[in-house]
Design a protein around this ligand. Structure first.
Ligand code: ADP
Ligand code: MG
Length: 127
C-alpha cells in the first residue's frame, strides 16, 4: 500500500510495477503537474538494501539528461520509506515501451490529448 499523500504529491493510480518497485501516477499539488512516484513493493519495505538500491537508482538516473529517459525531479524519504519522483511518461525509458500498431497509437494519443486538455508537460508525455 502507498500513502494517499507523499509530501505534497497526491497519489492517483498505479502505473505499473517491476521486480524492484511499484510506480504510481501522482499530482504535484504545488506545481500542478503529473509525476511518477516509485516506491518499494510491500515485501521489500523492511529490506534496507532494497531501500538503498532505490536511492542509488535515483542518484544514477539524476545524472542523465536524455529525451528518452523520464527526468528525476527528486528523491525523498517519508516515514521510513524512500521514494523517487520523476517525470510521468509511458515508462522510465521510452525506448523500452512496446511497439503499438499505428492506429492504436493514434487512438491513444487523441484520447490522452482530450483527457489532459492542454496540461501535458512535454511532447512525449501522455499525462
Ligand atoms: N516515469 C514513468 N512514467 C510512467 N510509467 C512508469 C514510469 N516509471 C515506471 N513506470 C511503469 O512502472 C513499471 C515499473 O517501473 P520500473 O522502473 O521498470 O520498475 P523496476 O525497477 O521494478 O523494474 C514500468 O514498466 C512502467 O510500466
Ligand atoms: Mg523495470
Amino acid at each position: 500500500m502507498i500513502p494517499e499523500m507523499i509530501s505534497h504529491y497526491r497519489v492517483i493510480c498505479k502505473l505499473g510495477e517491476g521486480g524492484m518497485g511499484e510506480v504510481y501516477l501522482a499530482e504535484d499539488t504545488k506545481l500542478h503537474r503529473k509525476v511518477a512516484i516509485k516506491s518499494l513493493p510491500a515485501k521489500l519495505l523492511m529490506d534496507k538494501k532494497a531501500q538503498k538500491r532505490l536511492v542509488i537508482e535515483a542518484q544514477a538516473a539524476a545524472q542523465l539528461d536524455h529525451p528518452n529517459i523520464c527526468a528525476i525531479h527528486e528523491q525523498l524519504e517519508e516515514g521510513d520509506r524512500s521514494f523517487i519522483i520523476r517525470r510521468a511518461g509511458r515508462g522510465p525509458f521510452s525506448w523500452n515501451r512496446p511497439q503499438r500498431h499505428k492506429a492504436a497509437e493514434h487512438h491513444h494519443h487523441s484520447s490522452w490529448k482530450s483527457k489532459s486538455a492542454g496540461l501535458r508537460t512535454g511532447e512525449d508525455s501522455p499525462w
